[in-house]
Design a protein around this ligand. Sequence first.
Ligand code: G3P
Ligand code: MG
Length: 246
Amino acid sequence: MTTAWPYPTIVAHRGGGKLAPENTLAAIDVGAKYGHTMIEFDAKLSQDQQIFLLHDDTLDRTSNGWGVAGELSWDKLQQLDAGSWFSNQFQHEPLPLLSDVAQRCAQHGMMANIEIKPTRGTERETGATVALAARELWHGQTAPLLSSFSYDALDAAMQAAPELPRGLLLDEWDDNWQQMTDGLACTSIHLNYKLLTPERTAALKAAGLRILVYTVNQPQRARELLSWGVDAICTDRIDTLGPDFV
Ligand code: G3P
Ligand code: MG
């Protein structure tokens, strides 16, 4: 049986793709400006259990801070500038809390793919904390799609909030995909698009899984993947792969 899938075909990667500082409220606004109705973003825990957005383990690449982000308290993290590295236009853009992101998504009428990106060693804690918060923050709206490369994080999310849909992320092909997606009662599998073939697509679909692929930036490639039966395309090219693409 194929589980209900309320999500659109095009998903804006990290909020605003490459057109704004990733994983910020400003990025979400840029995604909305281009008409997107769903965004993907990366969530992790601060040292004092606050859920905020950041892709890397460390702060160095996308903020004016440094070191492992999950080792700092929110009090410290909230003072950082997560926009200047991208351009002066986004100076003083802060790291956002998941609660602020939920509010901004609701304002824009956007759906969410929350990628659980735990700091090493905090997989289960992060999975459970994010799932419980997501249940509260998106109450009454389209359920956010939870995804992770971490089996343990998704397993903890399933124990905490089983009703929220889950997608297993794979950056390398794993022949145990069915065992893993069954074990996590996944709605979807989220793959590096380079892993996919028409045959693999057919096998995943036959198992009842929805398929999201990342990060597809060429329209021609997106069309080919959709013709194979892929359900969603996560893109950085939020301008050329807009919501009207399909
Ligand atoms: O969730 C899709 C994609 O974001 C996974 O890779 O490294 O961009 O978080 P990454
Ligand atoms: Mg991600």
